[in-house]
Write a protein that binds this ligand. Sequence first.
Ligand code: AMP
Length: 215
Amino acid sequence: MRIIVLLGPPGAGKGTQAVRISHKYGIPHISTGDIFRSNVKEGTPLGRKAEEYMNQGHLVPDELVCELVEDRVSKDDCQNGFLLDGFPRTLFQARHFDDYLERSGRELTVVLDMQVGQEVLIPRMAGRRVCKNCGKTYHVKTMPPKQEGVCDVCGGEIYQRIDDTEATVRNRFKVYMEQTHPLTEYYRNAGKLVTLDGALAPDVVFGQITDLLGD
Ligand code: AMP
Protein backbone atom coordinates (compact mmCIF):
# COMPACT_ATOMS: atom_id res chain seq x y z
CA MET A 1 0.00 0.00 0.00
CA ARG A 2 1.40 3.38 -1.00
CA ILE A 3 -0.09 6.62 0.27
CA ILE A 4 1.82 9.50 -1.24
CA VAL A 5 1.45 13.26 -0.87
CA LEU A 6 2.95 15.65 -3.41
CA LEU A 7 3.88 18.98 -1.92
CA GLY A 8 5.33 22.07 -3.58
CA PRO A 9 4.39 25.44 -5.04
CA PRO A 10 2.11 25.77 -8.07
CA GLY A 11 4.16 24.97 -11.15
CA ALA A 12 6.72 22.76 -9.39
CA GLY A 13 5.76 19.87 -11.65
CA LYS A 14 3.48 18.02 -9.23
CA GLY A 15 0.89 17.25 -11.91
CA THR A 16 3.48 15.86 -14.34
CA GLN A 17 5.02 13.56 -11.72
CA ALA A 18 1.61 12.57 -10.39
CA VAL A 19 0.49 11.17 -13.73
CA ARG A 20 3.67 9.07 -13.98
CA ILE A 21 3.60 7.83 -10.40
CA SER A 22 -0.06 6.92 -10.65
CA HIS A 23 0.58 4.95 -13.83
CA LYS A 24 3.69 3.13 -12.58
CA TYR A 25 2.32 2.14 -9.18
CA GLY A 26 -1.32 1.64 -10.19
CA ILE A 27 -2.74 4.05 -7.63
CA PRO A 28 -5.34 6.76 -8.30
CA HIS A 29 -4.10 10.31 -8.80
CA ILE A 30 -6.29 12.61 -6.74
CA SER A 31 -5.90 16.27 -7.60
CA THR A 32 -8.12 18.53 -5.51
CA GLY A 33 -7.61 21.30 -8.08
CA ASP A 34 -8.90 19.02 -10.88
CA ILE A 35 -11.89 17.97 -8.76
CA PHE A 36 -12.77 21.61 -8.07
CA ARG A 37 -12.32 22.57 -11.73
CA SER A 38 -14.64 19.85 -12.93
CA ASN A 39 -17.22 20.91 -10.33
CA VAL A 40 -16.93 24.51 -11.52
CA LYS A 41 -17.37 23.37 -15.13
CA GLU A 42 -20.47 21.37 -14.25
CA GLY A 43 -21.88 24.17 -12.08
CA THR A 44 -22.38 21.94 -9.02
CA PRO A 45 -23.06 23.54 -5.60
CA LEU A 46 -19.45 22.72 -4.61
CA GLY A 47 -18.17 24.30 -7.82
CA ARG A 48 -20.19 27.46 -7.21
CA LYS A 49 -18.74 27.75 -3.71
CA ALA A 50 -15.15 27.13 -4.85
CA GLU A 51 -15.05 29.23 -8.03
CA GLU A 52 -14.56 32.66 -6.56
CA TYR A 53 -11.68 31.58 -4.31
CA MET A 54 -10.00 29.77 -7.16
CA ASN A 55 -10.21 32.60 -9.67
CA GLN A 56 -8.43 34.91 -7.27
CA GLY A 57 -5.74 32.38 -6.41
CA HIS A 58 -7.07 31.99 -2.85
CA LEU A 59 -7.52 28.68 -1.10
CA VAL A 60 -10.94 27.09 -0.88
CA PRO A 61 -12.03 26.85 2.80
CA ASP A 62 -10.59 23.89 4.70
CA GLU A 63 -13.90 22.27 5.64
CA LEU A 64 -14.98 21.97 2.01
CA VAL A 65 -11.66 20.45 0.97
CA CYS A 66 -11.31 18.00 3.86
CA GLU A 67 -14.77 16.58 3.36
CA LEU A 68 -14.19 16.19 -0.34
CA VAL A 69 -10.87 14.37 0.12
CA GLU A 70 -12.16 12.11 2.85
CA ASP A 71 -15.04 11.01 0.61
CA ARG A 72 -12.74 10.41 -2.31
CA VAL A 73 -10.04 8.39 -0.53
CA SER A 74 -12.66 6.21 1.16
CA LYS A 75 -13.71 4.82 -2.23
CA ASP A 76 -12.84 1.26 -3.26
CA ASP A 77 -10.16 2.20 -5.79
CA CYS A 78 -8.11 3.80 -2.97
CA GLN A 79 -7.96 0.71 -0.77
CA ASN A 80 -4.49 -0.18 -2.07
CA GLY A 81 -3.18 3.34 -1.83
CA PHE A 82 -3.48 6.69 -3.58
CA LEU A 83 -1.58 9.79 -4.53
CA LEU A 84 -2.64 13.25 -3.39
CA ASP A 85 -1.70 16.21 -5.57
CA GLY A 86 -2.56 19.63 -4.12
CA PHE A 87 -3.73 18.38 -0.74
CA PRO A 88 -3.06 19.05 2.11
CA ARG A 89 -2.38 22.74 1.63
CA THR A 90 -2.76 24.03 5.20
CA LEU A 91 -1.79 22.75 8.64
CA PHE A 92 -5.47 22.28 9.40
CA GLN A 93 -5.83 19.99 6.37
CA ALA A 94 -2.65 18.06 7.27
CA ARG A 95 -3.85 17.41 10.82
CA HIS A 96 -7.30 16.47 9.60
CA PHE A 97 -5.77 14.05 7.11
CA ASP A 98 -3.57 12.48 9.81
CA ASP A 99 -6.68 11.93 11.95
CA TYR A 100 -8.45 10.37 9.01
CA LEU A 101 -5.55 7.97 8.32
CA GLU A 102 -5.42 6.96 11.94
CA ARG A 103 -9.18 6.37 12.03
CA SER A 104 -8.98 4.22 8.91
CA GLY A 105 -5.92 2.30 10.14
CA ARG A 106 -3.66 3.43 7.33
CA GLU A 107 -0.26 5.09 7.26
CA LEU A 108 1.22 7.80 5.08
CA THR A 109 4.14 6.40 3.05
CA VAL A 110 5.96 9.57 2.05
CA VAL A 111 5.59 13.28 1.29
CA LEU A 112 7.45 14.27 -1.87
CA ASP A 113 8.28 17.94 -1.57
CA MET A 114 9.07 19.50 -4.95
CA GLN A 115 11.01 22.69 -4.38
CA VAL A 116 11.41 25.40 -7.04
CA GLY A 117 12.21 29.11 -6.73
CA GLN A 118 9.81 31.84 -7.80
CA GLU A 119 12.14 32.94 -10.64
CA VAL A 120 11.62 29.56 -12.36
CA LEU A 121 7.94 29.25 -11.49
CA ILE A 122 6.49 32.50 -12.80
CA PRO A 123 7.54 32.01 -16.47
CA ARG A 124 6.77 28.29 -16.23
CA MET A 125 3.24 28.93 -15.02
CA ALA A 126 2.45 31.98 -17.14
CA GLY A 127 3.33 29.94 -20.27
CA ARG A 128 1.39 26.88 -19.18
CA ARG A 129 -1.53 25.67 -21.30
CA VAL A 130 -3.86 22.77 -20.56
CA CYS A 131 -6.10 20.54 -22.65
CA LYS A 132 -9.74 21.23 -21.75
CA ASN A 133 -10.63 17.65 -22.46
CA CYS A 134 -7.90 15.35 -21.06
CA GLY A 135 -5.94 17.74 -18.83
CA LYS A 136 -2.55 17.23 -20.52
CA THR A 137 -0.29 20.21 -19.88
CA TYR A 138 1.81 22.10 -22.42
CA HIS A 139 4.07 25.13 -22.38
CA VAL A 140 4.05 27.78 -25.10
CA LYS A 141 7.86 27.82 -25.30
CA THR A 142 9.26 24.61 -23.88
CA MET A 143 6.54 22.08 -24.76
CA PRO A 144 4.15 23.40 -27.41
CA PRO A 145 1.58 21.07 -29.02
CA LYS A 146 2.28 20.01 -32.61
CA GLN A 147 -0.64 22.09 -33.83
CA GLU A 148 -1.34 25.34 -32.03
CA GLY A 149 -4.36 25.17 -29.74
CA VAL A 150 -4.97 21.45 -30.33
CA CYS A 151 -4.06 18.64 -27.92
CA ASP A 152 -1.58 16.07 -29.33
CA VAL A 153 -3.20 13.29 -27.33
CA CYS A 154 -6.94 13.71 -27.77
CA GLY A 155 -7.45 16.61 -30.20
CA GLY A 156 -9.13 18.66 -27.45
CA GLU A 157 -8.93 22.42 -27.17
CA ILE A 158 -5.91 23.84 -25.35
CA TYR A 159 -6.47 26.84 -23.09
CA GLN A 160 -4.85 28.92 -20.37
CA ARG A 161 -6.27 28.33 -16.90
CA ILE A 162 -7.86 31.50 -15.57
CA ASP A 163 -5.59 31.25 -12.52
CA ASP A 164 -2.38 30.84 -14.56
CA THR A 165 -2.02 34.53 -15.45
CA GLU A 166 1.06 36.23 -14.04
CA ALA A 167 -0.76 38.29 -11.38
CA THR A 168 -2.66 35.27 -10.07
CA VAL A 169 0.42 33.06 -10.19
CA ARG A 170 2.24 35.58 -7.99
CA ASN A 171 -0.64 35.52 -5.57
CA ARG A 172 -0.80 31.72 -5.56
CA PHE A 173 2.93 31.61 -4.79
CA LYS A 174 2.42 34.04 -1.89
CA VAL A 175 -0.47 31.91 -0.58
CA TYR A 176 1.73 28.83 -0.93
CA MET A 177 4.59 30.40 1.08
CA GLU A 178 2.26 31.58 3.83
CA GLN A 179 -0.06 28.62 4.18
CA THR A 180 1.44 25.52 2.58
CA HIS A 181 5.20 25.88 3.01
CA PRO A 182 4.94 25.37 6.81
CA LEU A 183 3.84 21.80 6.04
CA THR A 184 7.42 20.93 5.10
CA GLU A 185 8.39 21.41 8.74
CA TYR A 186 5.34 19.47 9.89
CA TYR A 187 6.17 16.45 7.71
CA ARG A 188 9.91 16.69 8.37
CA ASN A 189 9.18 16.39 12.08
CA ALA A 190 6.99 13.38 11.33
CA GLY A 191 9.92 11.79 9.43
CA LYS A 192 7.92 11.67 6.19
CA LEU A 193 9.49 14.42 4.08
CA VAL A 194 11.70 13.86 1.02
CA THR A 195 12.78 17.00 -0.83
CA LEU A 196 13.22 16.98 -4.61
CA ASP A 197 14.55 19.67 -6.94
CA GLY A 198 11.59 20.61 -9.15
CA ALA A 199 13.83 22.71 -11.41
CA LEU A 200 15.41 19.52 -12.79
CA ALA A 201 14.08 17.80 -15.93
CA PRO A 202 10.89 15.76 -15.30
CA ASP A 203 12.65 12.48 -16.26
CA VAL A 204 15.41 13.08 -13.71
CA VAL A 205 12.91 13.87 -10.95
CA PHE A 206 10.87 10.78 -11.81
CA GLY A 207 14.04 8.64 -11.66
CA GLN A 208 14.69 9.92 -8.14
CA ILE A 209 11.12 9.11 -7.15
CA THR A 210 11.24 5.54 -8.45
CA ASP A 211 14.64 4.98 -6.77
CA LEU A 212 12.93 5.97 -3.56
CA LEU A 213 9.67 4.07 -3.98
CA GLY A 214 11.12 0.95 -5.56
CA ASP A 215 9.42 -1.23 -8.17
P1 AMP B 1 -4.24 23.44 -8.21
O1 AMP B 1 -4.71 22.90 -9.51
O2 AMP B 1 -3.78 22.38 -7.25
O3 AMP B 1 -3.23 24.54 -8.35
O4 AMP B 1 -5.54 24.08 -7.49
C1 AMP B 1 -6.24 25.16 -8.10
C2 AMP B 1 -7.02 25.92 -7.04
O5 AMP B 1 -7.97 25.05 -6.41
C3 AMP B 1 -6.19 26.48 -5.90
O6 AMP B 1 -5.57 27.71 -6.23
C4 AMP B 1 -7.25 26.61 -4.81
O7 AMP B 1 -8.09 27.72 -5.05
C5 AMP B 1 -8.08 25.36 -5.02
N1 AMP B 1 -7.54 24.22 -4.23
C6 AMP B 1 -7.03 23.05 -4.71
N2 AMP B 1 -6.64 22.26 -3.71
C7 AMP B 1 -6.89 22.93 -2.57
C8 AMP B 1 -6.70 22.65 -1.18
N3 AMP B 1 -6.12 21.50 -0.77
N4 AMP B 1 -7.08 23.58 -0.28
C9 AMP B 1 -7.66 24.72 -0.66
N5 AMP B 1 -7.85 25.07 -1.94
C10 AMP B 1 -7.48 24.18 -2.89
